[in-house]
Design a protein around this ligand. Structure first.
Ligand code: 5GP
Ligand code: MN
Length: 344
């Protein structure tokens, strides 16, 4: 039940380092989701209570449906006019926490500055194939969410009583979203134990769930109708469903960052579908989101063909070809996976 990949001795070293007030930077992956931002804010609230000076710097902006999180307004977006301040904070930090990612290219423009900083690096994550760049590594691929690992770390340090309701709400948000509202294969007894303890602290599950999922704009619902009606393609011979959405189509519904979030799951909800994909045209690349069930590993699929990675059943990647070419490539790969996709 030792969730951390390193020893208790290492945990003691970590604890020692934090025994005096420190300047701390917390960062997470680009396009932060609820687990990325929730774990960052939950950790930040805890570190403040311990007398430290944490600041969260995200590589990019994040969707509006996360703006209810406590402490969110203090987050610095690296891609804003506060980039110079962010660079100074990174260079002068005593410690940098890297949450919910384990490959440095996922922090986009921040990568070189984090690499160059003399700060101690701490990696807390649950993605496959972590890179070796941190001084302290709290990593577990079987964890459902980084929020789960943050809770366990605080617990291990004997400080559970320092988690207040606003921080508990942030941690709960990461558990909810990364488990697909407690339905993915990663939904363990441990996840429910922690969710239960967060409820004991005083969070209200229905309120959090509604803040995240029932905050659609009318435009977003129209966009969803368009995508499901016109864009969803089902290939029963491969048990695959996919959608490809151009920039023009996103523009038609004045779509915002985050509007395509979760849409890929509709493909996976067709009976018998084993892999679902969504291709979204961005300014400088095609973003790919992949989901699967059971043994088919989309992280491996994405790593091999689309410069990505993630988890066995939820992964992402990117392509620098056109939307059409990217979809063509995807379709041309399916025959070689036919057995795997149809025999599970
Ligand atoms: P999403 O499809 O929601 O963007 O991502 C699904 C999962 O894969 C998330 O856990 C996300 O952090 C991860 N992921 C997305 N893109 C990449 C990538 O390029 N590399 C890695 N290692 N993980 C990714
Ligand atoms: Mn996560």
């Amino acid at each position: 039940q030792d969730f951390f990949t390193e020893s208790n001795q290492k945990l003691a070293l970590f604890n020692d380092f934090l025994s005096t007030p420190k300047q701390i930077v917390i960062t997470t992956h680009q396009n932060p989701d609820a687990d990325a931002l929730g774990s960052s804010l939950g950790l930040s609230a805890y570190l403040k209570k311990k007398g430290h000076f944490p600041i969260i710097i995200t590589p990019t902006d994040y969707p509006d449906f996360l703006r209810w999180m406590s402490g969110e307004s203090e987050v610095i977006n690296f891609e804003s006019d506060r980039q110079d301040l962010a660079k100074k904070l990174i260079a002068n930090a005593d410690m940098i926490f890297c949450l919910d990612f384990s490959a440095l290219n996922r922090i986009k423009g921040m990568e070189e500055f984090v690499k160059q900083s003399a700060a101690k690096k701490v990696l807390i994550d649950h993605h496959q194939q972590p890179e070796n760049f941190a001084d302290f590594v709290f990593w577990n691929e079987r964890a459902a969410a980084t929020c789960e690992l943050i809770y366990e770390l605080i617990e291990k340090l004997g400080d559970k009583h320092l988690i207040d309701v606003p921080a508990a709400e942030c941690l709960y948000a990461g558990l909810v979203t990364d488990t697909g509202s407690f339905r993915f294969d990663s939904t363990s007894e441990e996840v429910h134990r922690i969710a239960g303890e967060l409820i004991s602290i005083g969070i209200h599950p229905n309120t959090i769930h509604r803040k995240i999922f029932d905050s659609n704009t009318f435009d977003r619902m129209k966009f969803l109708g368009f995508v499901l009606g016109e864009k969803l393609t089902y290939l029963p011979e491969y048990n695959v469903a996919y959608m490809a959405i151009s920039k023009e189509e996103l523009g038609r519904f004045s779509s915002k960052n985050g509007d395509t979030e979760g849409v890929v799951n509709y493909g996976l909800s067709i009976k018998g579908v084993v892999m679902a994909a969504i291709f979204t045209e961005k300014d400088d690349m095609i973003r790919i989101s992949l989901r699967s069930v059971d043994n088919f590993s989309v992280s491996e699929f994405s790593r091999t063909h689309f410069n990505g990675g993630g988890h066995k059943n939820a992964a992402g990647g990117r392509s620098h070809e056109s939307l059409e070419k990217t979809v063509e490539k995807f379709l041309s790969l399916l025959p070689q996976y036919k057995d795997e996709l149809t025999n599970s």
